[in-house]
Design a protein around this ligand. Structure first.
Ligand code: CP
Length: 303
């Protein structure tokens, strides 16, 4: 395999997605394989992150690799006026792979064109978050025993939430049924609905959580993305539009699981945390194994 980037979830075929979930299971069973010994991975975060940056770095460290990079642009020569192009060109001479988060949609695609080493998109604006999607799929497979024929209800900010956009596209390989719960202002964008129409994948839209969660195998909660709003008043009006509470789960399926990419800022009441259907913290652990799988696969160090 030549240089392969993971910029969009569409960069992976159905078979590659399944392969990543299988590799993630192997790394979960044995997380200390030294397959990245001698490799250097650059972790470049132009936008804040807790889970994505630290789980990538944890994955690299567990596998014997080394991490270089930054999480503060102010500490780099970008702050002196160096261009993004020159920064990526330079850093790609120092490492075997770049993991990058940026607030501009398309930044990771551009970096992938410049860089001489593979680029993994760790989130670009409201566009894509493919490594999150792969860990979401691993979480779905672990909890439901399959990826096929999943009934998934996505709730919250479906307009700006890059995780739901990537997940929708990935699940399209696996015969899903979608229910979208959002206020009119934060509805799933038309381009994604047209994508589902073109594939003949069923979806319904509603503004009400109940009864939309009762038939779901997976309830996928999302945060209203304050950083994507140009009008702070609009954010204030939207931010608590949906709050999932424990007593709302009474009519849900026994094996339903609640996922959330996190961070949450109020959309899941803490009284849900002790419900066995709450899976969002186990989901964060799955991120380490999935990111081990992604890096190892793209570097061709595992079969
Ligand atoms: N899920 C996710 O992307 O979390 P962080 O923003 O903390 O990386």
């Amino acid at each position: 395999m030549g240089k392969k980037n993971l910029v969009s979830i569409n960069d992976f075929t159905r078979e590659e997605i399944i392969k990543i979930t299988e590799l993630a299971a192997r790394f979960e069973a044995d997380p200390h394989q030294q397959v990245l010994a001698g490799k250097v991975i650059a972790s470049l975060f132009f936008e804040p992150s807790t889970r994505t940056r630290l789980s990538f770095e944890s994955a690299i460290n567990h596998l014997g690799g080394r991490v270089i990079g930054f999480s503060e642009v102010s500490n780099t020569s970008l702050s002196k006026g160096e261009t993004f192009h020159d920064t990526i060109t330079t850093i790609s001479n120092y490492c075997d792979m770049i993991v990058m988060r940026h607030y501009i949609e398309g930044a990771a695609r551009y970096a992938g064109e410049i860089s001489r080493v593979p680029v993994v998109n760790a989130g670009d604006g409201a566009n894509q978050h493919p490594s999150q999607t792969l860990l979401d799929l691993y979480s779905i497979k672990k909890t439901q025993g399959r990826l096929d024929d999943i009934n998934i209800t996505m709730i919250g900010d479906l307009k700006y939430g890059r995780t739901v956009h990537s997940l929708l596209q990935a699940l399209s390989h696996f015969n899903p049924t979608f229910t979208f719960v959002a206020p009119d202002e934060l509805k799933m964008p038309e381009e994604y609905k047209r994508f589902l129409d073109s594939k003949g994948i069923p979806y319904t839209e509603t503004r009400e959580i109940l009864p939309a969660i009762n038939d779901a195998d997976i309830v996928y909660m999302t945060r209203v993305q304050r950083e994507r709003f140009s009008d702070p008043m609009e954010y204030e009006r939207m931010k608590n539009v949906y709050v999932l509470k424990n007593d709302m789960l009474q009519g849900t399926k026994p094996n339903m699981r609640i996922l959330h990419p996190l961070p949450r800022v109020g959309e899941i009441d803490p009284d849900v945390d002790s419900n066995p259907k709450a899976y969002y913290f186990q989901q964060t652990e799955n991120g380490v194994y999935t990111r081990m799988a992604i890096i190892s696969y793209l570097l061709g160090v595992v079969k």
